[in-house]
Each structure stands twice: as C-alpha cells, then as structure tokens.
Design a protein around this ligand. Structure first.
Ligand code: SF4
Ligand SMILES: [Zn+2]
Length: 290
C-alpha cells in the first residue's frame, strides 16, 4: 500500500545509505596472455551466462504465483507497470542449479509412476509433475508436484536457508515465523488454489527444501507442511488487486517515482529484479528499515 516516503526524488526511489547488497556476477579479469585453462574457463562460463540470460525465468514479465507473496508492496507495484529491471550483472549459478535439480526431480517422480505401474503398485493417480496452474486474477505458475491431495513445491537451497528452515518450530500458520519465507508459503497455497480450481482435491501443501550446499545429502531434505488454507490465497490476491488499483490511481506507469509511495520490505532486496543499490541500474534503491 502507498506510504509517505518523503525521500523520494523525481525519477528515483528512496535512497538507502545502508542499502542491501546485490549478489552480482564477477567479471573475469582480462589479463593477457592468459593460460589455456583460464581461456577455457572463460568460454565455459560464457556459455552458461548466455544460456541463463535466455531462460524463460529471466524473460518472464507476467506476475507469477512465485512472486505475489513478496512482503514488498513496491516490488509488486513496479512489476505491475513493467518497470525497468536491474542492470546489475547478477550471478545466475544458484538459479541454474535450481533449474537443473527441478528437471532431475521431475524425471525421478515420473520414473516412480512408471515403476508403480510396472509393479502394479498403483494406488491412485500417481505423481503429477510440472503442472501449469491458473490461480485467478491473471496469476499463473507451474506447480512442481501433486499427489494424494498434497501440493509440493521444490526449493533448492544453500546452507543458510537450510539451517534457517530446519530451525523452525513455529506453527505452519504463524504469520510471524521468521524462518520460512512468506513468499514461499503463499506460493504453495496459491498452487493449492490452482489445483482446486482445476478440479483436484487439495488438503495440504508442502515445501520441500532440497539441500545444495556443503555436505548436501538427501537426508538433509527438510519438508514444511500446512493445511490447504484458501484464505491465504484469497488474501494474497486481494492484496495484489489493491496494489493494482493504487498503481492505476497514482498512474505509476507514467510517474515511476510514485512507486516510492509504496511500502517496502527486504524481500530480500539482494535478489529483487528492481534493485539498484547506488541509484543506478535499477528502479529501487532498496528497503530502508525504520
Ligand atoms: S529492492 Fe527491496 S525495497 Fe525495492 S522493490 Fe525490491 S524488494 Fe522492495
Ligand atoms: Zn518459523
């Protein structure tokens, strides 16, 4: 929702002297002559960078269920008007690992369907993987997994996130829980809503945190679960529609500085597509704690 942000200047959003830091990609040093291993390294990284830049996620412009639960109103306002995204050279490796593991997991669950069928160990519909869902209000997404009234979303996480989620002893419906991202929780509930709207029964939603950090072993998989709670999805959609209405009323599309009137949160800013910490390279200079 709009707030009174008095530090906003035309064409720029609020400046934060202690702005969060972006996770940037480090250019390789251009030192000549380079040895052949370094030259080969540059070619290998170049291929991955170019591939990551062309990935559907990098080019996504419509609002997805993975974004709507962000605690930052300004991020949604900027998304609503298609604001310029950051020109910071972001490191894409974590996203690449996440994409690759998602693809592997899909193969694993489809293979389990085939195994169950071959062994006549078939107790129902099997696993549904990578299903496009429509959650209403122009919001869509691709749900990772559904089986037996349970929607599961995969997250491939590093050590810090894994330690945080494993430390959680909060009730699943505790909105003040500092361990599990609200964005993730809302996303899971929105996927639940998408399946219900498509005619599938849903009773629970889950987030599977698969490890990718130091000492990553399968037994460190952490699963968070909650009842399917349609009120969470409804509230998220209502909030999005309120922000959209405010964006239209303020004509943010033609007055981008007015996005500075929307409340912020560290969503986190380091990964926000609009984050430009030094007044350049992005549409927002980051959340400033009060
Ligand atoms: S940079 Fe931070 S404060 Fe700005 S829109 Fe993104 S998440 Fe919100
Ligand atoms: Zn918690």
């Amino acid at each position: 929702m709009p707030t009174d942000d008095t530090d906003t200047v035309p064409g720029q959003l609020a400046f934060d002297v202690e702005a969060p830091r972006a996770v940037v990609d480090t250019p390789l040093p251009l030192v000549e002559p380079i040895d052949r291993a370094t030259a080969h390294k540059q070619r290998l990284i170049g291929v991955v960078r170019r591939y990551a830049d062309r990935s559907p996620r990098s080019q996504q412009t419509t609002l997805g269920a993975s974004e709507i639960g962000t605690p930052c109103d300004r991020q949604l306002a900027l998304k609503a008007v298609g604001a310029p995204t950051s020109t910071l050279p972001r490191d894409k490796w974590a996203a690449a690992v996440g994409t690759a593991v998602h693809a592997y997991l899909e193969k694993a669950f489809l293979a389990d369907n085939a195994r169950a069928e071959a062994e006549q160990d078939w107790d129902g519909g099997g696993w549904l993987t990578e299903r496009a869902v429509d959650v209403g209000a122009g919001i869509g997404g691709t749900a990772d997994l559904y089986e037996d009234r349970t929607v599961t979303d995969h997250k491939i996480v590093g050590d810090d996130t894994l330690a945080k989620v494993r430390a959680c002893t909060c009730r699943p419906d505790d909105d003040a829980c500092p361990h599990i991202s609200t964005t993730y929780k809302v996303q899971a509930q929105l996927y639940g809503r998408g399946f219900v709207l498509a005619g599938w029964p849903v009773e629970q939603v889950a987030i599977a945190f698969w490890p990718r950090g130091n000492g990553a072993v399968l037994s460190k998989l952490h699963v968070w679960m909650d009842d399917y709670r349609p009120d969470v999805a409804d509230r998220a959609i209502d909030r999005w529609q309120s922000i959209l209405a405010a964006v239209l009323e303020l004509d943010v599309e033609h007055h981008l500085d007015r996005a500075g009137l929307f409340a912020t949160a560290d969503a986190p800013c380091a990964w926000c597509p609009y984050f430009g910490p030094d007044r350049t390279g992005g549409s927002c200079t980051g959340h400033r704690p009060t």
